[in-house]
Design a protein around this ligand. Structure first.
Ligand SMILES: [Zn+2]
Ligand SMILES: [Zn+2]
Length: 359
């Protein structure tokens, strides 16, 4: 028995041979795994993206499915505010205001409502613009790693729409659509006119809100257990219709002022980006590039910025002065400059620069 155990027990020479063999197998396995997973593009960002992939997947799917809910919410809340204005505020304005103020409220209110409805409808129904799938149609462009298709300048891949979008700004859940080259103006105009409408309702309804809020507090005190003495004046009893009126006014004012603050901040942010000739995505890319060049002692220049005022004219499609009225202050379905595939100088900028070049 002892002889058998001695035969089975590995000697020092045999043990080192086993260890060498195990080490060899480990290195071989690691080499095989690395060669299978090798990618020249792999870096820290790719690794982080891979780790967060399940989180992105969840957010993308939730946003995609909730997009319809958000659109219904926008339409429902806006309709409720418009209904309250027509049912509660307009009769009061017609009865109590002087004719000049009645004309102003009727004209401004309806113009603002028309602009909101038009730009929201156009923003959700207009395609942001997609690059062609054929590789021959474009030259000098990069390739999208997800679509394996040409990606022109300013184009980015939207993981929610699962395709590339021309001059992509962001994917907006409130529109259930991407904001890109062909609907960027509709998105911004909707934000602007919605903010203006909310400010208009909040300012013009301020006195009514104060009265309605005080009335709700008084009726709340009347509903509480009676602690007053017999000589105190009892609070006025409001009918169901009056209580509904007061609550509607408070709802309208709280909703409009909250939206005015939140959407106003977003509109200002986008206005600053438009002034700089950037999209939300380019803001981050340009910031990095600016810092990188700054370290080298160079100055970054945005190739898509033509100066603050010109950027607004290009964005709004204003080529001649009368366009400020027909294309900005009135609903207009005009297309933006260019195809979104290449970025030549827009006509209004080219005309300005031509005399300078001639000199
Ligand atoms: Zn893509
Ligand atoms: Zn999208």
């Amino acid at each position: 028995m002892r002889l058998l155990l001695r035969c089975l027990r590995p000697g020092p020479r045999r043990r080192s041979g086993l260890l060498r063999r195990a080490g060899h197998l480990w290195r071989y396995g690691r080499l095989c795994l690395r060669s299978l997973l090798y990618n020249s593009f792999t870096d820290g960002d790719v690794l982080l993206d891979s780790l967060f992939e399940p989180v992105y997947w969840l957010v993308d799917h939730v946003t995609r499915w909730f997009g319809v809910v958000f659109v219904v919410l926008v339409i429902g809340l806006t309709s409720s505010v418009v209904a309250i204005v027509y049912i509660c505020l307009l009769p009061l304005i017609l009865q109590t205001y002087p004719p000049a103020w009645i004309c102003w409220h009727l004209a401004y209110g309806h113009w603002n409502l028309l602009m909101i409805v038009f730009h929201y409808y156009m923003a959700i129904t207009t395609s942001p613009g997609y690059p062609p799938q054929a590789k021959d149609d474009l030259t000098g462009v990069s390739i999208c790693r997800k679509c394996i298709a040409p990606k022109p300048a300013r184009t980015h891949h939207c993981s929610i729409c699962n395709r590339c979008v021309l001059k992509m700004d962001h994917h907006c859940p409130w529109l259930n659509n991407c904001v890109g080259h062909f609907n960027h103006r509709y998105f911004f105009s909707f934000c602007l006119f919605m903010t203006m409408g909310c400010i208009y309702c909040s300012v013009s309804g301020w006195d009514m809100f104060r009265d309605a809020y005080a009335a709700i507090e008084v009726s709340g005190a009347a509903a509480a257990p009676p602690l007053r003495t017999y000589y105190q004046t009892p609070p006025p009893a409001f009918s169901f219709r009056q209580r509904a009126f007061h609550k509607s006014i408070v709802y309208l004012w709280v909703l409009c002022s909250s939206v005015a603050l939140a959407l106003g901040a977003l509109t200002l942010w986008h206005a600053a980006l438009i002034t700089r000739g950037e999209t939300s995505i380019e803001r981050h890319i340009n910031k990095k590039e600016r810092q990188r060049l700054q370290k080298k002692g160079k100055v970054f220049r945005n190739p898509y910025s033509y100066g603050g005022w010109n950027n607004w004219k290009v964005f709004l499609g204003v080529d001649v002065p009368r366009h400020w009225l027909t294309r900005v202050l009135l609903p207009s379905p005009h297309l933006p400059h260019g195809t979104g595939l290449s970025w030549d100088l827009p006509p209004c900028v080219r005309e300005q620069r031509a005399p300078l070049l001639a000199i």
